[in-house]
Design a protein around this ligand. Structure first.
Ligand SMILES: N[C@@H](CCC(=O)N[C@@H](CS)C(=O)NCC(=O)O)C(=O)O
Length: 211
C-alpha cells in the first residue's frame, strides 16, 4: 500500500496516524506532477489528497481510506469494541469533517481571504463546545482509554489551532474548553502525536518556502 499526498494535510495525516496506531508505516509521497496532473486525475478523479493505492486499487477520501486500512491492515483496532463508544468515535470524526474543517480552512486561507477569518473564529467556539459535549470526563483519549480514529482525525486538525494561535488567537478557543485542551496537551506529548505534529510543521515550512 502507498499513500499519495503531503503530510501537512490533516486528511493525509489522519490516515498516516491511523495506520501507525495499527503498526503500519505507510509510504507517503506526492504524485509526480502534483494532484491535478492528468496521470493523478486518472488514478484519482477527485484530484485531492490523500489517495491510497493498494495494488491496482486506488481509493480517495481520508475517512474511507482509514476504514479500509482498519479492515485490511490487521493489528490493533482503531475503533472501540463497544457499539456506543464506536458511535462516539464516528460522531467526533463526522463533526470534525462537517463543522470543524470548513472553519479551519477559512483560517488556512486567511492570508488571501482575511474577510473569512472573523466569522470562522466566531463559529469555531460553539463547534468546539459541541464536540466537547460528546466527550466524557473519563475520556483520556478523544474517546475512551485508547487511541482511536477520533484521535487520528482530530490531532492533525488541532495542529492548526497552535499554528493560528498567534495570528488569530485560536488558543483562547481551547482555553474555553479545558477538558478538550487537556486532551490536546496529552495528544501533543504522545509519541504518535508529537511525531505527526513535527511532520506537519515540516510540511508547513516547506509550503511557506514554496517547495
Ligand atoms: N474530503 C476529503 C478532503 C481532501 C482535501 O480536501 N484535501 C486537500 C488537501 S488538505 C486537497 O487535496 N485540496 C486540493 C483541492 O481541493 O484542489 C478527504 O477527507 O480526503
Amino acid at each position: 500500500m502507498k499513500l499519495y499526498g503531503g503530510l501537512l494535510s490533516p486528511f493525509v495525516m489522519r490516515v498516516v496516524l491511523a495506520a501507525r496506531a495499527k503498526g503500519i508505516e505507510l509510504p507517503v509521497e506526492m504524485p509526480e506532477g502534483g494532484i491535478k496532473s492528468d496521470a493523478f486525475l486518472r488514478l484519482n478523479p477527485m484530484g485531492k489528497m490523500p489517495c491510497l493505492v493498494d495494488g491496482d486499487f486506488a481509493l480517495p477520501e481520508s475517512s474511507v481510506i482509514l476504514d479500509y486500512v482498519e479492515e485490511t491492515g490487521g493489528g490493533t483496532s482503531i475503533y472501540p469494541a463497544d457499539a456506543q463508544e464506536r458511535a462516539r468515535v464516528r460522531l467526533l470524526c463526522r463533526m470534525a469533517d462537517i463543522y470543524l474543517v470548513p472553519e479551519v480552512t477559512h483560517l488556512f486561507r486567511g492570508r488571501d481571504n482575511p474577510e473569512g477569518v472573523p466569522g470562522a473564529i466566531e463559529r469555531l467556539g460553539p463547534v468546539l463546545a459541541k464536540l466537547e459535549s460528546f466527550r466524557r470526563d473519563s475520556d483520556v483519549f478523544a474517546v475512551g482509554d485508547a487511541f482511536t480514529a477520533a484521535d487520528a482525525t482530530l490531532i492533525p486538525i488541532f495542529y492548526f489551532f497552535d499554528v493560528f494561535a498567534r495570528p488569530y488567537g485560536t488558543d483562547k478557543l481551547l482555553d474555553a474548553q479545558p477538558r478538550l485542551k487537556a486532551w490536546w496537551e496529552r495528544a501533543k506529548a504522545s509519541e504518535l502525536g508529537s511525531r505527526a505534529l513535527a511532520e506537519q510543521a515540516a510540511g508547513l515550512r516547506a509550503m511557506m518556502a514554496g517547495n
